[in-house]
Design a binder for this molecule. Structure first.
Ligand code: MRU
Length: 361
């Protein structure tokens, strides 16, 4: 995995919704290294399926839709690594690379969705291995392009679904769901962008999102680039802010949604939904239909990723808890029950969770 070094001060980014988190250029993928933002803006050069698997596992690229797009390019890169010209042998090796990519992260269903779309194309393409490789690149580019269109549509439907009063809303969000977590524009942060552009946003409250701090590092960075007024709070401050009447809506993303509307999202989301209910604050989940896993009846079967202890006992390089005598538990996601969700905002429509199945494609 090569790194192309650019510092923030040498790269002009006028609008983060135009940031290209995944760039296909010169037969390789350039990813913005999200583990280094906001301090450093660096592009990482990915030119093999192994590198892409590593980039997803280590969260250089993260966010459900962005992981899906990256995995699609990763599978194409893998296809170009296969030397067999025999179709059956090629497809067998392609399946092994698909498996390598599937094993990177378990919760975001967009990863599995994108890989199965790619494999479908491989199997359905008539002709030899070269034709399949070409078709795979076309499909990866399509997944990327459609994700941006999808995010824009989510933004429109979300804007229409927001409470009508007050005219200008203060919206709380959790984790990062912006351009960086998608192919561009964002899901929940996309709705917030649309609200800002329509003059319906007073301010965003961004949860810091322990332990990986996607809110503090990425959401706030995106808002600053776009000049969207943003206030950063720690996760534990959200209930107090709601009690004070400071928040009129909560919008979060999702990594996997079950058919009944139960939604897995970044750890801390479930708690937010409970306190939103307590304070009568509408709670929206914004996600593309590629995040809905219609094969799961409820959220209890969504696999929840557990990550390394060091994410809890360290902040940066600094150890913050005793070295001995402590156990750690670090689930990266939790599941918000459908009954606590006001509406799920997709690219087709904003619907009540129990109407989600109507949008099944
Ligand atoms: O662990 P991450 O950073 O990959 O988490 C995914 C997310 O960004 C969030 O859970 C997000 O709210 C949904 S993906 C747009």
């Amino acid at each position: 995995m090569g790194r192309a070094f650019f510092k923030l001060d040498t790269v002009t980014i006028s609008n983060s919704s135009q940031v290209n988190p995944i760039l296909w250029k010169d037969n390789q993928v350039f990813l913005i290294d999200q583990t280094r933002l906001p301090g450093e803006y660096q592009l990482v050069e990915i030119n093999s399926s192994q590198d892409m698997a590593k980039a997803i596992r280590t969260m250089i690229v993260r966010g459900a839709p962005a992981i899906g797009v990256s995995a699609a390019y990763g599978l194409y890169l893998g296809a170009t690594e296969i030397e067999d010209t025999d179709r059956a042998a090629f497809l067998l090796k392609l399946e092994k690379i698909a498996q390598l990519l599937r094993e990177t992260r378990p919760t975001a269903v967009n990863l599995f969705w994108a890989i199965s779309l790619m494999l479908k194309v491989a199997h359905q393409t008539i002709g030899g291995v070269e034709e399949i490789k070409k078709a795979l690149l076309v499909q990866a580019k399509n997944i990327q392009k459609e994700d941006i269109e999808t995010c824009l549509a989510i933004g429109e439907h979300g804007l229409a679904a927001l409470p009508k009063t007050p005219t200008k809303l203060t919206i709380l969000t959790h984790c990062n769901t912006g351009a960086l977590a998608t192919a561009g524009y964002g899901t929940a942060l996309g709705v917030i962008r649309s609200a800002w552009n329509a003059g319906r946003l007073e301010r965003v409250f961004a949860d810091e999102t322990r332990p990986r701090l996607q809110g503090a590092k990425l959401t706030v960075w995106e808002c600053v680039q776009d000049k969207i007024p943003v206030t950063l709070i720690t996760d534990s401050m959200a209930a107090h802010c709601m009690k004070q009447g400071m928040i009129q809506a909560v919008i979060v993303g999702a990594d996997r949604i079950a058919a009944n509307g139960d939604a897995a999202n970044k750890i801390g989301t479930y708690g937010l939904s409970v306190i939103s209910k307590r304070h009568n604050v509408p709670f929206y989940v914004a996600a593309p239909l590629s995040t809905v896993d219609f094969s799961l009846d409820t959220g209890s079967s969504i696999p929840i990723e557990e990550r390394e202890d060091s994410e809890i006992y360290q902040i940066g390089e600094t150890r913050i808890s005793p070295t001995e005598g402590v156990n750690y538990y670090n689930p990266a996601f939790d599941v918000t029950p459908a009954e606590l969700i006001t509406a799920i905002i997709t690219e087709k429509a904003a619907v009540k969770p129990d109407e989600l199945v109507k949008l099944s494609y």
